[in-house]
Design a binder for this molecule. Structure first.
Ligand code: XUL
Ligand code: CO
Length: 437
C-alpha cells in the first residue's frame, strides 16, 4: 500500500529548480569538507511529529489528514511503520527516531503494552533489513501517562518510578534489537512546579540512580548505544532539572556519569533557556559532550516550544559551523524534532516540511564549510588572543604564572592595547557566506 501518493523519490535538482518536490541544496553524495552531505548530516525522521501528531492544540481539535488514520489500534501502528519506511525512502532520509508510545498502542497492562511493542519491533526490524534504514535513537515516553503527573525518574511515588524504570528497560531491549545508534533521555516531567512540596535533593539523587541502573542494564544486555540526555528548561514542567547544556553537564559530573553520556541538543529548547542553539553546541563540544541534534526552530514572538521546521539559514549555518569545528556529529545525527503547522494539514506538507529542513541544513553546511575554509572568523580569533601565545600570556596558558608575576607585569606594562571586536563586519561576512553558496 502507498501512503504518499502525490510524489515520488525527491531528487536533487539544484538552485535553479522551481519544483517544490526537489532538493535545491541537499545533494547527498556531494562532498563538502572531506565528507558527503549524507555523512555529515545523518538526517532522521521524528516518528511522533510525522506519523502521530494530529494537529490538536489547547484550543482546537485535530486537523491533519493522514492516510493511515483509516485504521485503528495495532493496525494503525502497522500502517505507520509502512508509511515511515515509504517516507524515508522517498525523502532519502537514512534514520528515524521514536518513543515507545509512538510505535505501538498502550495496553491495559505493562505486559500488554510490551506485547504490542514486540509486534511492531519485529516489523520495524524486518523493514530495516529490507531497506537499510536505521534507528538513530529511541526513548521512553515517561511523560504523557497520568501516572507521571508528579515525575518519572524524579517521581514522588516509588511505584511511578518503578514504572518509568520498566519502560526504560524495555526501551533498551528494543534499542538493542533494532541496533539503535543512541538512546535518549528527555525529562519532560523531571522537574518541579513548586519548591514548597518538593524534595529536590532526593529527586536529583533518584534521577542519577535511574541513569546508573540504565547504564548497568545496557551493559548487562550488551547494548552499546551512546546514551544521550536532552536538556530543556521548562514545558511541560515549570522548572526542569536538565535545564540546559551547562546544567546537565554539571549534574552528570556531580554523579560521576559524565563519561557515559553525551547531550542531545534541541534548537527550540536552547531558545527557551535564553540561549542560541550554537551556544548550546559550543558548551557541549567544549566539554566533549556533543552527541546529537534535534533540529527545529521556535517562534521568537512566542514563549513556548513550537517545534517548527528549521528554515533560518543564519541558525543552520552557525549550527553546522559548530558541528564542523567539533569534528562532526559522531554517532548522532540531525533529527527533525519538528512538526508541520496546524494549518499545513495535507499529506504533502510532511514532505515539504522535511525538504525545507533538509535544504536549510545543507545550505548551512555549505556556508559553514566555506567560512572555515576561508578562515573568515579564525584569523580574527587568532589575532584577538595573540597575547596568550608569547610572554606572560604564554606563561598563563602553560600554568606557570602567579598573581605575583602577573602583578609585576601589570606594574611595568600599564597600557592595555585593546582592538575592536569587529562584530558588524563579522555579521556581514556571515551573510556574504550564506548568500554565496
Ligand atoms: C520535547 C522533545 C522530545 C524529545 C524526546 O520537547 O523534544 O520529543 O526529543 O522525548
Ligand atoms: Co527533542
Amino acid at each position: 500500500m502507498t501512503y504518499f501518493t502525490s510524489f515520488d523519490k525527491i531528487q536533487f535538482e539544484g538552485k535553479t529548480s522551481k519544483n517544490p518536490f526537489a532538493f535545491k541544496q541537499y545533494n547527498p553524495s556531494e562532498v563538502v569538507s572531506g565528507k558527503t552531505m549524507e555523512e555529515h548530516l545523518r538526517f532522521a525522521v521524528a516518528y511522533w511529529h510525522t506519523f502521530n501528531a494530529n494537529g490538536t492544540d489547547p484550543f482546537g481539535s485535530a486537523t491533519m489528514i493522514r492516510s493511515w488514520d483509516k485504521y485503528d489500534g495495532l493496525d494503525r501502528s502497522k500502517a505507520r511503520v509502512e508509511a515511515n519506511f515509504e517516507f524515508m525512502d522517498k525523502l532519502n532520509i537514512p534514520y528515524y527516531c521514536f518513543h515507545d508510545a509512538d510505535i505501538a498502542p498502550e495496553g491495559a497492562t505493562l505486559q500488554e503494552t510490551n506485547k504490542n511493542i514486540d509486534v511492531i519491533v519485529a516489523m520495524l526490524k524486518d523493514y530495516q533489513k529490507q531497506t537499510g534504514k536505521k534507528l538513530l535513537w529511541n526513548t521512553a515516553n515517561n511523560f504523557t501517562n497520568p501516572r507521571y503527573v508528579h515525575g518519572a525518574g524524579t517521581a514522588v511515588n516509588a511505584n511511578a518510578y518503578a514504572f518509568a524504570a520498566a519502560q526504560i528497560k524495555k526501551g533498551l531491549e528494543v534499542g538493542k534489537e533494532l541496533g539503535a545508534e543512541n538512546y535518549v533521555f528527555w525529562g519532560g516531567r523531571e522537574g518541579y512546579e513548586s519548591l514548597l512540596n518538593t524534595n529536590m535533593a532526593l529527586e536529583l539523587d533518584n534521577l542519577a540512580r535511574l541513569y546508573q541502573m540504565s547504564i548497568d542494564y545496557a551493559n548487562e544486555i550488551g547494548f552499546d548505544a551512546q546514551f544521550l540526555i536532552e536538556p530543556k528548561p521548562k514545558e511541560p514542567t515549570t522548572h526542569q532539572y536538565d535545564f540546559d547544556a551547562a546544567t546537565t553537564i554539571a549534574f552528570l559530573q556531580k554523579y560521576g556519569l559524565q563519561d557515559k553520556f553525551k547531550l542531545n541538543l534541541e534548537a527550540n529548547h536552547a531558545t527557551l533557556a535564553g540561549h542560541t542553539f550554537e551556544h548550546e553546541i559550543r558548551v557541549a563540544a567544549t566539554n566533549g559532550m556533543l552527541g546529537s541534534l534535534d533540529a527545529n526552530q521556535g517562534n521568537m514572538l512566542l514563549g513556548w516550544d513550537t517545534d517548527e521546521f528549521p528554515t533560518d539559514l543564519y541558525t543552520t549555518t552557525l549550527t553546522m559551523y559548530e558541528v564542523l569545528k567539533a569534528g562532526g556529529i559522531g554517532r548522532g545525527g540531525v533529527n527533525f524534532d519538528a512538526k508541520v503547522r496546524r494549518t499545513s494539514f495535507e499529506m504533502d506538507d510532511l514532505a515539504l516540511g522535511h525538504i525545507a529542513g533538509m535544504d536549510s541544513f545543507a545550505w548551512g553546511l555549505k556556508a559553514a564549510a566555506k567560512l572555515i575554509e576561508e578562515k573568515t572568523f579564525d584569523s580574527l580569533i587568532d589575532d584577538r588572543y595573540a597575547t596568550f601565545t608569547t610572554g606572560i600570556g604564554a606563561d598563563v596558558v602553560a600554568g606557570k604564572s602567579s598573581l605575583k608575576a602577573l602583578e609585576a607585569h601589570a606594574l611595568t606594562n600599564p597600557v592595555v592595547d585593546n582592538k575592536s571586536g569587529r562584530i558588524e563586519r563579522l555579521r556581514l561576512q556571515l551573510s556574504e557566506a550564506i548568500y554565496s553558496v
